[in-house]
Design a protein. Sequence first.
Length: 377
Amino acid sequence: GMEPQIFPLSARLALQAKAAGANGTPDEARWEASQFGALESYVLETLDASERLRLKLENPLGVAARLTRTYRTVIESRQQVLRGDFQTLDTIEEQLDAYQTDMRRDFSYHRSRVDNVLYGMAERGDSFFDETMRISRIFDLVNSEKVRAAFDREVVADTSREIEREVSDLIDWLVDKDYQQWRAIMDYLNARATQHADRIVGQVGSQFEFNRQNLLASVGREAHKVVSTYDREAESLKLAQDVQRSILQTAAVEVGALGLGAILVAVLQTTMLDVTGVLGASAVAAMGLYVLPYRRGKVKAELREKITILRDQLNAVLNKQFEQELSDSVQRIQEAIAPYTRFVRVEREKLEQLDEELVAAQNELAVLRRAVEKLVS
């Protein structure tokens, strides 16, 4: 095709030359330095009237087209950044969903360890009554204090301490998982914040990147503050006290001490008294030796029923406390990233609107170009 003619010039020097000249004649030195004369001669001598009109009309259209292309590039660049931000938010949501799923699965395992302690007590109870409620042990059965002491030693044993230990381990696990999730979110956001550090107040720059980076930094600072001030011992103690208060309310037991072990001892002591109460001398004499096997089966069933009730109460408290703590943990993270989330969504809406307006402007420019072509043809 035809090779375009290039005119290197300085419009500023040309304007200064004409302003400094007299009688319509530009200042010669400046005029020559501007090299504007060649373009002026080309326009006046080479182009006809219609071509000059086309040049005059298309010049502002060309400037407008260049501006729309420039801003379109800016918008596309910002949209690319926001797409990465949305992917970051989606990833965080996926992590939180996976976190809750994993926590519920692992919680079932930790809770089962508590159940196993109570199941072990039930098994020991069956063995105790099989061994104790026999004709050959009639004189032992008459001594209710001895039976109660044996029941406490062989059946109850260290059940309360074992349960307290398992619940304490469960609480420590829950607190550690909460802490680890905050660490994971903080590290991920820090990586995202530095990913586009070279573009801040630069290429795309302006208020968009400044606000975006500030919000990412603020979220990172909030996560860092939570992690750096996280007192695992205090968090574990608070959660343990919440569990203990719930057990007290559920079991309706009056205990002076607040320790979980003391609460469970009180519940188990109540069970022991209820079960061994049927083994006093008067009870044995009244029921007769021939019904002893029947009473043994009934006492074993009563013990298992009471242990089941205790297990259900304890599980209900642990489930409720776990779900509350898990919900609070996720909510704290979501609240921390909420400003960043809002910014990304609002900016996307603004950019989509600007993009639509630029497309409309480009369409209008195309219409004007066709009108100019029609006018000068």
